[in-house]
Write a protein that binds this ligand. Sequence first.
Ligand code: COA
Length: 260
Amino acid sequence: MPYENLLYEKREGIAYVTVNRPKVLNALNAATMRELGECFAGIAGDPEVRVVILTGAGEKAFVAGADINELAVLTPLEAQETTLRGQAVLERIENLGKPVIAAINGYALGGGCEIAMACTLRVASENARLGQPEVKLGIVPGYGGTQRLPRLVGAGLALQMVLTGEPINAAEAYRIGLVNQVVPAAELIPTCEALAKKIMANGPVAVRLAQEAVHRGLNMTLSEGMNLEATLFALACATEDSKEGTRAFLEKRPARFAGR
Ligand code: COA
């Protein structure tokens, strides 16, 4: 389905989703958020897609935040609806059941940093800059920034970023664990593809369950998380893939996973 503000492509098990508003540094207006929601709903139900790579069009920005033209005229109730709708789109990305890799190819500010944090893995190009500049506009992060950032980098560094509004460069984002890897711009998509292929070589059900264990576990106490892990471990052990994976190791051959 053609989108107004997104590019969508599917190749060899990887879906490529590109936010495509380069003239405004891929700022997220309501129409783009709606399209992202629809696009990820389609991906969730498409068994051909094993991993998603999310990026921004052009060489300057991943996503430079929510569209400030729209933010400037919101009433309080519209603002609440906008936030809740946006949070739901990001939750869909986070809980897609397939890994989503953010290829951060430049500015990832406000909603851009937030959408990257809802992804499973983050790879940044050397020119990337990440931040939550909302307080500079007199507002606060609204797509989960106040919640996911402290979970990723700890409360102290998150508060520094959220309260100063100052962006950090890619090297600093790597140092504090906000991104997994930093590479030259030309290597960004190939690096993400290599990561995707490593994941795709593994048991698909195991990948889904392991991701679920981490994400759901983060919102539980340690003992609840351990219980969840034990249940998902048992479920994984009941799959054909677990029989194939263990047998292949013992027979010293590559596994052929069926995803069952
Ligand atoms: N919403 C709407 N338009 C945006 C935007 C946003 N979040 N971010 C950038 N743009 C637009 C600019 O208004 C400009 O439009 P114009 O060409 O019609 O003037 C265009 O994108 C290019 O941006 P510009 O500011 O000229 O580029 P720059 O290289 O000088 O600065 C940034 C880049 C990212 C530092 C700067 O654009 C910026 O601070 N953007 C806002 C970031 C932000 O606060 N995001 C959080 C929103 S909650």
